[in-house]
Each structure stands twice: as C-alpha cells, then as structure tokens.
Design a protein. Structure first.
Length: 127
C-alpha cells in the first residue's frame, strides 16, 4: 500500500493568552481593596449604627490579630466613607464589650473570617 494518500494534521498553535498569577489574583479580588465598604451594627433593638469598613492587607491584619487587642482591630478597620478612622484605639477600648464584639465581628467578616464572611461571600456569589 502506498502512503501517498495519508494526510497529516497541521500543528495547532495555542493562541490563548496566559495570564500571570498576579493578574489572576487581581481579577479574582484576592488583594485587600483600597475601597471602603458600608456596614451596620445593631446597637439596641431598632437602633443601628452605619459606618464603613476598611479591608486590611494580610500583614497588617496578622499583626493586629497577634496583638490580641480588639480595640486596635476596631480602630484600624472601622472608618468613615473617606476611609478615615472614626475611633482611636483609646476610644475603641472604652466601648462596652457587647458593642466591641459586634465591631470585631464586622472587622473579621470583611477580613474573610467567620460565619458572617461565608454568608456575605455566598450572597455576593463568591461561595
């Protein structure tokens, strides 16, 4: 038999542009956002406080978390719409424990930890 009738398949050139890992991380929102996000806590039945939250980069979050000082975490994350702190560490340290715990929950949620973070991610379609 002659092999003159055989056809060869031309080589396929992959034209897919490969993104760098850094670009992929940026596209997926894996870096702390410079934007602030609105949130609220309930101070008492029917009374809420509105404020904004600043996401912390990992290095800053770990340092604050390692200190174990909730007041520092609150002061670093709770802010106004311009990203300016609304409380000093000293102010945050004077909060009543239940209020401080609510602010801590919000800070942890925006850092991606806890049940509230999982619920927020699911609501945003990121779960």
């Amino acid at each position: 038999m002659s092999k003159t009738n055989e056809t060869t398949t031309p080589a396929v050139i992959d034209t897919t542009v490969t993104k760098s890992l850094l670009n992929t991380f940026q596209d997926l929102g894996m870096f702390a956002s410079p934007d602030v996000r609105p949130d609220t806590i309930e101070l008492s039945p029917g009374v809420t406080a509105e404020f904004c939250v600043r996401e912390l980069p990992d290095a800053e979050f770990r340092k604050l978390w390692a200190d174990g000082d909730r007041a520092k975490l609150i002061a670093a994350t709770i802010c106004d719409a311009d990203g300016k702190a609304i409380m000093t560490v000293e102010d945050a340290a004077r909060l009543k424990p239940p209020v401080a715990a609510k602010f801590q929950d919000v800070a942890l949620k925006h850092a991606g930890f806890g049940e509230k973070a999982a619920a927020a991610a699911e609501q945003a379609g990121n779960a």
